[in-house]
Design a protein around this ligand. Structure first.
Ligand code: ZN
Length: 114
């Protein structure tokens, strides 16, 4: 019996659809990363202020804010692993891949060339 599983997972998409889809996925992950970064940043500033002013009263509050930031970051990481994939072959697209314009596995164009 021929193995057809690979053919089933390969979806025929228009190049614009692939690029648009990857862009949306990247944006969703990026927003979540930025949200996490904002919480972490605010927490770090509060932490610093608490240390400078020697007022420990909001140290715990700053810690909680930083924990929320870390939690959002972790979620962003998980989401990226789950959805930041090539729409054609489902390969994970690393942010640090060599060729940002193309999928490393199936060579489909995933980003507009500028
Ligand atoms: Zn691919």
């Amino acid at each position: 019996m021929p193995d057809e599983s690979k053919q089933i997972t390969r979806i025929d998409l228009q190049p614009e659809e692939i690029i648009r889809s990857v862009k949306t996925r990247f944006r969703a992950c990026n927003y979540l990363f930025n949200t996490g970064a904002i919480w972490l940043g605010v927490g770090a500033i509060l932490n610093l202020l608490s240390a400078i002013s020697n007022d420990r009263s909001y140290f715990e509050f700053a810690f909680v804010i930083m924990m929320i930031g870390t939690a959002i970051f972790t979620a962003a990481f998980a989401l990226t692993l789950a959805i930041y994939r090539c729409p054609v072959c489902d390969t994970y697209l690393s942010r640090f891949r060599k060729d940002k314009l193309r999928c490393p596995s199936c060579n489909a164009q995933v980003k507009e060339s500028k």
